[in-house]
Design a protein around this ligand. Structure first.
Ligand code: G4P
Length: 193
């Protein structure tokens, strides 16, 4: 998606060998117009599927997921990383290990928001090692719901997430695919060499 790639080039910051900071428009401050355009793009990519629900993980997946939900006209459910006073029982849970942060989080979704009639589109901000998506897939399986696809805002193709999902036959669409970082610049898969 050209608009997103342009935004990453102008406002993204490469940190070290493998991290892209995008807190100007996605991870902290949010650009609503860009989120809306991304929602429309997710709709274009998955409109042939019967989607009844969108699933994401808090916090940075929520903005793009809500915009997609707005256009698909379906509810959006986000997995929570912390138990709350009102979210304790009747939960589907999965353990998600973050390679970036080196911590395990338990993610949970209330059983009342997912069931066997649901056809689910997962949306998340980054695809790196694929652990967050795997955790959501575990929950979808536990609920006997059907996974229709995975929509990712920014995929880092040099990490193992895509390989893992391809091996499971999952339909993955990413709005921006990063091949590598070179001299502090982002190189996209579709860039000319
Ligand atoms: P995975 O979900 O693909 O396995 O990714 P990984 O464990 O490597 O990453 C853990 C967290 O770091 C996730 O966010 C993920 O979105 C984020 N992340 C991964 N690579 C990058 C990157 O290059 N740049 C940025 N900015 N984030 C990255 P999270 O812990 O769920 O955080 P949040 O959603 O609360 O912001």
């Amino acid at each position: 998606m050209q608009q997103l790639e342009d935004k990453i080039r102008t406002e993204g910051q490469v940190l070290g060998d493998d991290v892209l900071k995008v807190d100007n428009f996605l991870n902290h401050q949010i650009d609503p117009e860009l989120m809306y355009a991304m929602g429309k793009e997710f709709y274009r990519l998955f409109q042939s599927k019967k989607i009844t629900k969108i699933l994401t993980v808090e916090s940075s997946g929520i903005a793009p997921a809500v915009m997609a939900g707005l256009i698909f006209k379906v509810p959006v459910v986000f997995a929570r990383k912390h138990k709350s006073l009102t979210l304790k029982d009747n939960l589907y849970t999965a353990t998600v290990y973050s390679f970036t942060k080196k911590v395990s989080n338990e993610i949970s979704i209330s059983k009342k928001f997912l069931d066997e009639d649901d056809h689910v589109l997962i949306i998340d901000d980054f695809l790196a090692n694929g652990q967050a998506v795997e955790g959501l897939m575990e929950i979808i399986t536990a609920a006997n719901a059907t996974l229709e696809g995975v929509g990712i805002v920014i995929e880092k193709t040099f990490q193992k997430g895509r390989q893992l999902l391809d091996a499971k036959g999952v339909h993955v669409e990413s709005l921006a695919r990063i091949k590598t970082f070179k001299d502090g610049q982002v190189v996209f898969v579709d860039d000319q060499d």
